[in-house]
Design a protein around this ligand. Sequence first.
Ligand code: ADP
Ligand code: MG
Length: 219
Amino acid sequence: MIDAIELEGICHQFEAAGERIELFNGLSCTIRSDQSLAITGPSGAGKSSLLSIAAGLEAPTGGRVHFTIAGVGADALAIRKNSGFIFQQFHLMPELDAIGNLALPLRLKGYRDAFDIAACWLEKVGLSHRSRHRPHQLSGGEQQRVAVARAFIASPRFVFADEPTGALDSTTSESVASLMFECARTTKCGLVIVTHSERVASRADTRLLLDAGRLEVAA
Ligand SMILES: Nc1ncnc2c1ncn2[C@@H]1O[C@H](COP(=O)(O)OP(=O)(O)O)[C@@H](O)[C@H]1O
Ligand SMILES: [Mg+2]
């Protein structure tokens, strides 16, 4: 069954240092768990804010967000619990080794076989031989492969990736992007990816451009 996040007439603004920053005014879009979506746009356009709203991490100042999981209306907490996140700077736990980082979200959810599942995922992302290495002992591309596995490991319905290849060289960026889209496809999970890379964006089923508060289908 398809899960969905529908943003309907979203408005969002910040008050900072006496100034009002208006990011969106009446923005709508639907994110589906059976599709990948790429969002591009200039820095400061509000791409990260849009991800936070879609993932139920932040409430918009106006408009409505409808979440549906397995055909039933859900709240922001349920969406957060069913989402994985990938960031530009990897954000692995520095004191845990690769397998420990992967096992963590499962241990927090009470899985008894967290380390067995983590070992499977390490193999899937080609890093079995780096299992006992901590993040600082891994390259950027290797750390991001661990972060991709961590995002998908607890069977989320959506994975949100905010400039996931922004810190990687172009070859590594391609292989990490390929891994993310492959994981989304095989786990039947929705993927929303914010990127400045045309090549990465071109892998998505749908491409949207966020600019000057408007979201448009990109060519
Ligand atoms: N919590 C906040 N308070 C005030 N301004 C914010 C806050 N979060 C983001 N902004 C501002 O909103 C704008 C869009 O930010 P962001 O969503 O991070 O854009 P992008 O990811 O497209 O670069 C920026 O001008 C940023 O400074
Ligand atoms: Mg951003």
